[in-house]
Design a binder for this molecule. Structure first.
Ligand SMILES: [Zn+2]
Length: 179
């Protein structure tokens, strides 16, 4: 299908509002609040370029990536590499494809972590590298690639600076304690 420019100028604001709302709800209790969009609602906002990939069907760089029964919405217009609403993940594969494969897998695992461990970025990072270690796709060299990717990031209200995230992820990668 040919990609089309999004028609509504409200789109970026709407998406942002939903995202903030989701984060707010998420941080309180994702199960109680009905605020965040469903997949169908998200697709209506995101337009034709967003597609749903059913759980178990997503393959990135030759690896099948699963997050329980959660589907993934692939959305080339998404502002970041990935995101998570309660119940589904969002990936911008256009952005991700420029990254080393292990970093792409780590991004998926990080967004998946939000489904099961809540909004903490630190815990999502830790969960992701430990999942990689457990599944065998993440070794020391891969940790170096993730750190090279994340270290320049300054951080924001939700994310610590990249160098801090790297240090903490290395510690999680090394520890036996499971997150
Ligand atoms: Zn995150």
């Amino acid at each position: 299908m040919k990609s089309r420019k999004l028609k509504t100028p409200m789109f970026p604001n709407l998406k942002f509002a939903f995202f903030l709302f989701a984060m707010t709800c998420f941080s309180v209790n994702s199960l109680v609040y009905a605020g965040p969009p469903t997949v169908e609602e998200y697709l209506k906002i995101a337009g034709d370029r967003a597609k749903v990939v059913a759980a178990g069907k997503l393959v990135i760089e030759g690896k099948r990536l699963t997050c329980g029964r959660r589907p993934t919405v692939t959305h080339p217009g998404f502002s970041d590499y990935g995101g998570a609403f309660p119940g589904f993940l969002i990936l911008n594969l256009e952005k991700m494809k420029l990254l080393p494969k292990v970093v792409q897998w780590w991004i998926f695992a990080h967004e998946c972590a939000h489904q099961f461990r809540g909004p903490s970025e630190e815990i999502a990072d830790c969960f992701a590298v430990q999942r990689g270690r457990r599944q065998g796709w993440l070794k020391e060299a891969g940790m170096d690639q993730i750190c090279r990717f994340i270290s320049p990031a300054r951080g924001d209200s939700l994310h610590p600076p990249g160098k801090v995230r790297c240090t903490k992820m290395r510690a999680c990668f090394a520890t036996k304690k499971v997150f």
